[in-house]
Design a protein around this ligand. Structure first.
Ligand code: MEV
Length: 442
């Protein structure tokens, strides 16, 4: 029986953009003209650019802007970079810039890529003798590789390709469950398409060759491929970034007592190591920096988030991604995280602002981008933990938030400068800002 549910539509994707918008307005909006005007106000006047964005996804009706900010003065190894950050949260870019400047005067950030291996798996069900499956895998492995030769050719020319394929017996965890666990080197590409294409070919070859394998009985021949997909968990695609200096060199306007600061800072990091409630927020602050750069450089921040958090829990308890030591009078603060990033393919050559961001970063290789992103995360965490253990974050945060409240009340430029001056010496809270606006407007 076919019933028509209210507010549903079939064939939506086939409608033109304006038909989609009209359907949406008719179905869900009362102030249709206002809603239509808003959606259209966010269109780009350049039709070609708009079409490009429309075609990134399906059913596009408009653009959703995020600010693109710049955090300059990042000394990373021997380069000084301005880092692009796409993020909506006030004070993130300011904190990154401040941390960059702080460490610029103390030797800068040192970063190093430790490994670059990516992973993909073919998950399958096999009902039969494991020894026979192992023998079959040995027999079919050369064919798995030769059948993907045309896929891997250009990646191999660039120095990458398939590193290895292993058979894994997971039947102790789930009855009859096995995997082909493959490792890849994808050079400057994030590699998702390359890996998934290889995996689907492995699956096809594996299944068809099983049917021909004489030692298998009928049940064993009927290997059931469940899925073939890369893993966003990449614990062997690791980057390390650090800062260090003599404790007395930490002294600055905000840090009058460097030893006291260093000890409290280390305590805060150690708390995040043992207390998951704190670790999640601590790492969230790291991801403020990481996601913003990942997004600005056209990479997949969901993949990065998933992989990084899995890494934070790799030893069975969710813990801090950063570490701190005080030894022989030296303060050292570092991060070690998995980052599967690309600087070719995907959005990197299509989105004009991504190209701009990569050019700003001096067209980095994927390895160089891993270092930059890890540094952004470390700097962000340094800024957050420094504020938390000294002034608290609300002071800086509310100063930045002041602008959001002023915009919410549509303050004029004159009102803004008067109120910013007023709040230089007064505590910012939502109610205090509202009160100050009202007083000013009376
Ligand atoms: C806010 O976006 C991030 C912080 O909460 C991070 C932290 O607590 O370390 C400030």
């Amino acid at each position: 029986m076919k019933t028509h549910m209210p507010n549903t539509i079939s064939g939506f994707s086939k409608l033109s953009k304006s038909e989609k918008i009209e359907w949406l307005l008719e179905t869900y909006f009362t102030e249709k003209d206002n809603a239509r005007a808003l959606v259209e106000r966010y269109w780009n006047a350049d039709d070609k650019l708009q079409k490009l964005h429309d075609e990134f996804i399906e059913n596009t009706i408009s653009n959703y802007y995020l600010p693109l900010g710049i955090a300059p003065n990042f000394l990373i190894n021997d380069s000084t970079l301005a880092i692009p950050m796409a993020i909506e949260e006030s004070s993130v870019v300011a904190a990154a810039s401040k941390a960059a400047k702080f460490w610029l005067q103390r030797g800068g950030f040192k970063a190093k890529v430790l490994s670059t291996e990516k992973i993909g798996q073919v998950h399958f069900i096999y009902q039969g003798d494991t020894k026979k499956l192992e023998a079959f895998f040995k027999h079919v492995k050369p064919k798995l590789l030769s059948d993907t030769a045309s896929i891997t050719q250009s990646m191999e020319r660039r120095g990458g390709g398939i590193l290895d394929i292993k058979l894994r017996n997971k039947s102790a965890d789930l009855p009859n469950y096995y995997q082909l666990h493959a490792t890849f080197e994808t050079m400057d590409a994030m590699g998702a398409n390359f890996i998934n294409t290889c995996l689907e070919q492995f699956a096809a070859t594996f299944k068809s060759e099983a049917l021909l394998y004489e030692a298998f009985n009928d049940q064993e021949k009927a290997i059931n491929i469940v899925m073939s997909i890369l893993s966003n968990y990449v614990p062997e695609c690791l980057v390390h970034a650090e800062v260090s200096c003599k404790i007395e060199d930490l002294k600055s306007k905000d840090i009058p007592h460097p030893m006291e600061f260093a000890q409290k800072f280390k305590q805060a990091v150690d708390i995040a190591k043992v207390e998951p409630y704190r670790a999640v927020t601590h790492n969230k602050g790291i991801m403020n920096g990481i996601d913003a750069v990942v997004l600005a450089t056209g990479n997949d921040f969901r993949a990065i988030e998933a992989g990084v958090h899995a890494y934070a829990a790799k030893d069975g308890t969710y813990t801090s991604l950063t570490h701190c030591s005080i030894e022989n009078g030296i303060f050292k603060f570092w991060i070690e995280i998995p980052l599967a990033l690309g600087t070719v393919g995907g959005l990197t050559s299509i989105h004009p602002l991504v190209k701009f961001a990569l050019e700003m970063l001096q067209k980095p290789t994927a390895k160089a981008l891993m270092q930059i992103v890890a540094v952004a995360g470390l700097a962000q965490n340094f800024g957050a933990v420094k504020s938390l253990t000294t002034t608290g974050i609300q002071e800086g945060h509310m100063k930045m938030h002041l602008m959001n409240i002023l915009n919410q009340f549509e303050a004029t430029e004159t009102e803004k400068s008067q109120l910013i001056a007023h709040f230089k010496t007064n505590v910012v809270s939502h109610s205090s800002v509202v009160e100050a606006i009202e007083n000013l407007r009376q």
